[in-house]
Ligand binder design. Structure first.
Ligand code: AMP
Length: 544
């Protein structure tokens, strides 16, 4: 091999904020603070405070590789922590406050966090939990002296007190680009949360990728509002990609309600934003009720869960936005696909375009995808065959953090098993049809529970629906439809089956229908199929 003659400059997270401070120094970061008022400063100001914070961390004895946790909303201090912790060689562990308390205790102990930085909102959450966190040496409340509450948290000090008096100059170390930079746990519906440990290299490469025009299209002209929390996969990598490109950052703090999100979008002239369907659903409801508009016609990226078509149409037709659907997962930093339509689709009719937009999108550069059947055989990309989705690439994890069991279950031949079941069509658009543990295995063939649920929810007598597999002596499993009825009088089961038969294959039709008052939900608001299966374990199908 003839080696090329190029510098082997390591990719580093610190270089992102350093670049922003030098070349986009006057560009703003605007945050809704937990204390209330809107806070604004520039990349230059931020970089100086990042230096102070790194000096304070060193004074506290933080060493390379140490895990330092945050429990915080999207705001400027959280942004500073991202850069100071990773930049000095330590690992920024973002904790999701929506996890159950015993899960929070589990991840803090599993990660071996030495310090926890927390927003005022979470003082009451951690006080009763601190006895279960023996490894944590101290707590820093992300506020100033004036707003510092009375608290029994060990060694509690306010953030501003911690950094005041420190120099804003820090000797940033040259780090190996493969060094761990941040840590994020996934909230699995079964078992303990599992840790994804990102590197400087994976973070910078992911930032390059998501900044491209086919994804977030970030530049100095962008005003980006990540309405997805910085405690959930680093707000999809946007706090890194914005400084890289000189985009203005708008951080919504603790308020995700329609009114608060709308206010920031208008006052800051947000022209691009990203979030999950729940947040955009609240915004749509607010806009419709208040009669307000989105004057800057932002691009709205929706991901994290599948949005209903009515949401995509609502933003596009009523508010003049462009909506893009994206898919990813914690283990992928997280972005894997984006659903922008190529010019070859310009002539499609409106309905045909929506049929593409509702799909999860095409793999972005750097992510390889394939779908396989139950025996691991690759399936065709014909938009019909569906199987488990496997991925690989430089920002996909190679193992879970100190968790051999989960690692053994998720990797095979250099591919990561996403646990999602999907189709991929001739144009490369991927569409999720189920989770692999929820798909119903009937006579060796797979039935998509999500497809039946979505169809059933179109029936006027149905408020919510879930489909689970019930053991069947001949077919192994057959679908059972569980329905929360819309009125006092549930629809007739035969009527529901008849309704479904217009849209799903005959052999997918549920063998039975059960009516319930409500469905069990997980901490993240999804239907808990696990609990539902446990509840209906003894249900006997009439066909068995
Ligand atoms: P998390 O790691 O918590 O972000 O969850 C990742 C999982 O969320 C994926 O494996 C999918 O099951 C689901 N997910 C993410 N984005 C989408 C989407 N656009 N449509 C449907 N499901 C999604």
């Amino acid at each position: 091999m003839l080696h090329g003659l190029m510098m082997d400059a390591p990719l580093s997270i610190h270089s992102l904020i350093e670049h922003a401070a030098k070349f986009h120094g006057k560009t703003e970061i605007v945050s809704r603070s937990v204390e209330g008022p809107i806070h604004r400063y520039t990349y230059e100001d931020s970089h100086a405070r990042v230096g102070k914070l790194a000096n304070a961390l060193r004074r506290l004895g933080v060493a390379p590789g140490d895990r330092i946790a945050t429990l915080a909303w999207n705001g400027y201090r959280h942004f500073e922590l991202y850069y100071a912790i990773s930049g000095m060689g330590a690992v920024c562990h973002t904790i999701n406050p929506r996890l159950f308390h015993d899960q929070i205790a589990y991840i803090v102990n599993h990660a071996g966090d030495r310090l926890i930085f927390l927003d005022l909102t979470f003082v009451a959450l951690l006080e009763p939990l601190q006895d279960e966190l023996p490894g944590v040496e101290g707590y820093v409340v992300m506020t100033d002296r004036e707003h510092m509450p009375e608290t029994n948290l060990k060694g509690a000090i306010s953030y501003e007190e911690l950094i005041e008096g420190e120099s804003d100059q820090f000797a940033w170390p040259d780090l190996d680009e493969r060094a761990a930079a941040s840590l994020c746990y996934t909230s699995g519906t079964t078992g303990n949360p599992r840790g994804a440990l990102f590197t400087h290299r994976s973070t910078v490469l992911h930032s390059f990728a998501i900044a491209l025009p086919e994804i977030f299209s970030l530049s100095t002209r962008s005003v980006m509002m990540p309405a997805v929390p910085m405690f959930h996969v680093n707000a999809w990598g946007l706090p890194y990609a914005c400084p890289m490109t000189g985009a203005k950052l708008v951080l919504p703090g603790p308020r995700y309600d329609g009114e608060a999100v709308h206010e920031l979008m208008e006052t800051e002239a947000v022209n691009t934003c990203a979030g999950v369907p729940t947040v955009w659903g609240m915004l749509l409801e607010y806009l419709r009720k208040s009669g307000k508009a989105l004057s800057h016609k932002p691009s709205v990226v929706i991901g994290g869960a599948a949005p209903p078509l009515s949401m995509i149409k609502g933003f596009e037709e009523e508010y003049g936005c462009n909506v893009y659907h994206a898919w990813g997962m914690t283990e992928m930093s997280p972005v894997g696909t984006c659903g922008k339509l190529p010019p070859s689709m310009d002539d499609l009719s409106k309905d045909e375009r929506y049929a593409v937009k509702i799909k999860q999108g095409r793999a972005i550069y750097g992510v390889e995808m394939k779908i396989v059947d139950g025996d691991g055989n690759a399936l065709p990309h014909d938009g019909k065959a569906f199987g488990e989705l496997l991925v690989r690439g430089p920002w996909v994890i190679s193992a879970y953090f100190e968790d051999e069991e989960s690692t053994a279950a998720a990797f095979d031949g250099g591919w990561f098993h996403t646990g999602d079941v999907s189709t991929i069509d001739e144009d490369g658009f991927m569409q999720i049809v189920d989770r692999s543990k929820d798909v119903i295995k009937s006579g060796g063939e797979w039935i998509s529970s999500i497809t039946i649920e979505n169809t059933a929810m179109g029936h006027p007598g149905v408020t919510e629906a879930a489909v689970i597999g019930i053991h069947h002596p001949k077919w192994d499993e057959r679908p059972l439809l569980v329905v929360v009825p819309a009125g006092d009088q549930p629809p007739a089961p035969a009527d529901l089956i008849e309704y479904l038969s217009a849209s799903v294959p005959k052999w997918w039709l549920p063998d039975d229908v059960v009516f319930v008052e409500e469905l069990p939900h997980t901490a993240t608001g999804k239907v808990s199929k696990k609990q539902l299966r446990e509840r209906l374990e003894s249900h006997r199908l009439p066909t068995a």
